[in-house]
Design a protein around this ligand. Structure first.
Ligand code: ATP
Ligand code: CA
Ligand code: CA
Length: 361
């Protein structure tokens, strides 16, 4: 936060960054409209395009009120191809370039900035250089699997960019938003399957809808969320597939974001917005018979054990029981993550739920 009260990231104000994103993505979409329709080739993943946006404007770029900046587009054709595959067309430009973005105050320890598009569809997150490098490298294999796995709860990346402004590089990814703002969210958990220090801080708890953690979940919902067998089985095999992929890329430190919308009694059938949402929406009940919808998705997957954390792991392991430290080798991380979900979070019930027909998963 700077003296005027505005958020800054690498000395760039959030509004200047937003302005650069608007202009850069508009350019990206415009350029993509001239690309021929064809299959993705290996070299598409290595393509990088950079465009200069001088303040006074140029032959290709409009004038603007910020400092001169460069906008770099990674794998423009490949991302354009994937957006089409995921049914994202002109809405990409409409959502990200034509309307103001909403700055979210997600208090991740990493200090990333998050923006939400005003139509709820997209999240923009600033990422570190090594996360950008990793996404670029895993992209071919990642999408190969993602496009075959219809139900996946893994994040869908729609674009990877770098804004070079004021002498700094700011890397950003665009991905799907998991939480609709049109449906009230009553409880929200970021679950890793670790119990070591996995409790929301006092500051976090003071927020209107805090993001709680593993230990909070076990305290709030000791009996877990009851899921009708059909949904449970799909959810379980989906998460297993997703974890296999994460493991194969040696990814760890990811979370399952679980957001709960409580259904008021007598209003079971009035959730059209919920059924329109295209990501994992799961009807659940509590052991007290309360009905809820759960929005769930795996987030924060750009940390690979190959690149990071080796040092951190070894010194932490000296002081802590290595099995409960969340920075652990990827196979162990995935196993513990899944085990926690099936032991504590989702419980299979053979009953047919009255409102199961309106869900997608
Ligand atoms: P850290 O590395 O410290 O965990 P981070 O900056 O990498 O933090 P994330 O873990 O990716 O941040 O996300 C922080 C919070 O932002 C999440 O707990 C969740 O509330 C929200 N969030 C992240 N991704 C999404 C998404 N795709 N849709 C909705 N909310 C999201
Ligand atoms: Ca995280
Ligand atoms: Ca992170």
């Amino acid at each position: 936060i700077d003296v005027t009260g505005e958020t800054t990231y690498k000395k760039t104000t959030a509004s200047a960054l937003e302005g650069a994103i608007h202009l850069g993505i508009a350019y990206t979409v415009q350029a993509a409209s001239h690309m021929n329709q064809r299959e993705v080739l290996v070299q598409d993943f290595e393509m990088v395009e950079s465009i200069f946006f001088p303040r006074k404007g140029s032959k290709w770029t409009p004038p603007h009120h910020y400092k001169d900046f460069n906008f770099t587009i990674y794998a423009p054709f490949a991302f354009c191809y994937f957006r089409e595959k995921f049914g994202i067309h002109s809405d990409y430009k409409d959502s990200l370039c034509c309307k103001a973005l909403i700055e979210l105050s997600n208090s991740g320890a990493s200090g990333s900035l998050f923006y939400l598009s005003s139509d709820d569809k997209f999240i923009i997150k600033t990422v570190q250089y090594k996360e950008k490098e990793f996404l670029q490298r895993m992209l071919p294999g990642y999408y190969n699997t993602l496009l075959r796995n219809r139900h996946t709860l893994l994040p869908k990346f729609y674009g990877l960019y770098c804004v070079h402004i004021g002498g700094k590089n700011i890397h950003i990814v665009v991905m799907n938003n998991l939480l609709p703002t049109t449906v009230p969210i009553h409880l929200k958990y970021d679950l890793k399957g670790s119990t070591y220090r996995r409790q929301a801080s006092r500051d976090e708890c003071a927020r209107p809808v805090p993001t709680y953690k593993d230990l909070d979940f076990m305290r709030d919902l000791p009996d877990g969320l009851l899921v009708e067998a059909g949904h449970y089985d799909v959810l379980r095999s989906t998460i297993h597939e997703d974890c296999l992929l994460l493991h194969s890329f040696r990814i760890m430190d990811y979370s399952l974001l679980v957001a709960v919308h409580k259904i008021q009694q007598g209003k079971e059938e009035s959730s059209p917005l919920v059924s329109d949402h295209s990501i994992g929406v799961i009807p659940v009940t509590t052991c007290k018979g309360e009905k809820m919808f759960v929005f769930a998705g795996i987030i924060d997957i750009l940390q690979s054990y190959r690149f990071v954390k080796k040092l951190e792991h070894s010194w932490k392991a000296i002081f802590q029981d290595a099995d409960t430290v969340s920075v652990h080798r990827p196979g162990f991380y995935a196993d513990r993550f899944e085990k926690f979900l099936w032991d504590h979070v989702f419980k299979r019930i053979p009953l047919k739920s009255a409102f199961s027909k309106s869900s997608r998963i």
